[in-house]
Design a protein around this ligand. Sequence first.
Ligand code: PRT
Ligand code: ZN
Length: 293
Amino acid sequence: MTRLRIAVQSKGRLADGGLDLLARCGLRFSYGRNKLHQSAQNMPVDLMLVRDDDIPSFVASGACDYGIVGENVLREKYPAQDADSPLEIAMNLGFAGCTLKLAVPVDSAVDNWADINGLRIATSYPSITDNFLRSKGVQAQMVEMSGSVEVAPRLGISDLVCDLVSSGATLEANGLKPFATVLESEAVLIRRTQSVSPVVEATAEILMRRAAGVIASGQTKYIMLNAPADRIDEITALLPGSDAPTIAQIAGRDDVVALHAVCRERVFWETLEALKAQGARAILVLPIEKMLS
Ligand code: PRT
Ligand code: ZN
């Protein structure tokens, strides 16, 4: 096998982010999303578009070399503390962030860990939840559900839920409040711990370097401005997360210079106003599409 095979969710929260990231890494595919299997036209990479729950076992079995999946789904079958795990996280991908939380009805009497002993917890993540509670000395009863977990207490099926939360609106709409955080999750790139062929690994290395550049460029901005020549230090100090700026002369002026810098943190309006107060003019903030350090 000389082609890198990556498993990606076919539809759902990880599909758009995953395919978009691969496209921004330069991969070109000729088909839409309806095909289960797609070959890149410009790199030795094949995609398998599948359900997210299948991705860890596809990679573990060798059907695919890498996969894009939520850390929550990975950890349900392959706990982080398992030293013999056939899978590892190659890199964090910075999207689809969410938190697996234990939540109780707003009028619940549950107040501390001991109160949870013997209660029923509805969840799609019984293994993560049970391991977490055992680490707190709690033994509870897992009620496994594949979806709509948040309605379980109202239906009398469970006393608590353990579910993914992003905005918190679903918990609130169902009369639930967070009790504890079980796992912070985001999309991750996974691979087998047993190494794949060197040719395939070389392709994966190129893609991961590009992906790191795409992720890093997310917040990074390129700032261009004209600065009074005697205020360069003050203006540089205001630029968030930047290395030494480039200073260029402006034709016919020796009192003003052009200053360019890459800022790796968010640039707020307040920063621009502070730059202006130091005499900076013609300030431009530009997005950066790709970065390779
Ligand atoms: O069909 P397939 O099995 O492939 O997809 P799926 O239905 O199992 O998964 P999908 O697409 O819903 O989610 C895929 C992954 O996205 C999850 O495994 C997480 O890693 C990640 N993710 C990020 C989320 C959320 N945010 C999220 N908010 N997954 C689910 N939710 C749900 C949550 O279960 C709850 O119902 O959104 C609701 C809560 O959202 P808030 O904003 O109201 O708090
Ligand atoms: Zn799923």
